[in-house]
Design a protein around this ligand. Structure first.
Ligand code: BTN
Length: 273
């Protein structure tokens, strides 16, 4: 029996919220990375909607070779598998779509707290893969893919979300958690946050794969942390100006020219995180 995850509570919440994903649930006390577990399972035939959650990762990874650090049991470490037949170029904006689902889940938890306090705190996405609250990082997304059949790929959507931590290592000065944001213990339970996330993720992924990035443009007006901020990505410098329908970040340079950016690391030029 796994002490740190209550399957009965999870199943109850999953049924209540009508969430199809998570029927195949792999709970791992310790693993190198939940993304590794999901990628391997994809190759062994595991189906869309399978979920991998760890209490502890020994080699959790983030984007661009960074490590993802989390004390055992303090965060949600989750990977969700989707089997995909289609053009990989269409997946360009997927990281941000997953980020928006994480944002919804975080916002749901924050709203439960906001209902009993006067302040309203907003969760935002920071292209390409971060979720921030009040300028501090609460979650990160790492999407990875692997060919699993002749014309099929396994898409693994990995999310690390800080639930209970009240302090962070020196390397993470700008991190926050649901606990630090005042979300109560019951509302930040791993089973509950998992259900919120799976519900949002399934809905958003369906819309994204059916169409493109356009259904998400309205919600990004509010949720885009980079909007109107001075930034640099590679050689492109200017103000964050939203996204195009393929999910590329748009930067308006000094001459007012709007340049689409596919990938890269964002440098904040206005002193923000
Ligand atoms: C980032 O901020 O750079 C992305 C971090 C993603 C971390 C999650 S934790 C669950 C999954 N397994 C991993 O090894 N990484 C992702």
């Amino acid at each position: 029996m796994t002490q740190w995850f209550d399957r009965t509570l999870f199943e109850g919440l999953r049924t209540e919220q009508n969430v199809a994903w998570g029927g195949s649930m792999h709970l791992l006390d310790q693993v190198t990375s939940t993304n590794d577990a999901a990628l391997e399972a994809a190759q062994s035939g595991e189906a869309t909607g399978a979920v991998f959650i760890a209490r502890e990762q020994t080699a959790g990874r983030g984007r661009r070779g960074n490590a993802w650090l989390a004390e055992p049991g303090e965060g949600l470490l989750i990977s969700v598998l989707h089997r995909y037949r289609g053009d990989t170029e269409r997946l360009l904006g997927l990281s941000l779509v997953v980020g928006l689902a994480v944002r919804d889940a975080v916002q749901e938890c924050l709203n439960s707290t906001n209902r009993t306090s006067s302040s309203s705190v907003r969760a935002q996405v920071k292209w390409p893969n971060d979720v921030l609250v009040s300028g501090k990082k609460i979650a990160g997304v790492l999407v990875e893919t692997r060919t699993v059949g002749e014309r099929e790929i396994g898409i693994v959507m990995g999310v690390g979300l800080n639930l209970h931590s009240r302090s962070f290592p020196r390397e993470l000065p700008d991190a926050t958690s649901l606990a630090l944001l005042g979300v109560d213990e019951e509302e930040r339970r791993v089973e509950r946050v998992t259900v919120y996330l799976l519900a949002a993720l399934a809905k958003k992924l369906d819309a994204f794969l059916l169409q493109d990035f356009s259904p998400f443009l309205p919600e990004l007006v509010d949720a885009d942390y980079l909007h109107e901020r001075r930034i640099r990505v590679g050689k492109v410098e200017g103000r964050g100006s939203g996204f195009d329908t393929a999910g590329r970040l748009l930067i308006a340079d000094e001459r007012g020219q709007v340049v689409p950016v596919i990938s890269g690391t964002v440098e904040m030029l206005d002193g923000a995180v």
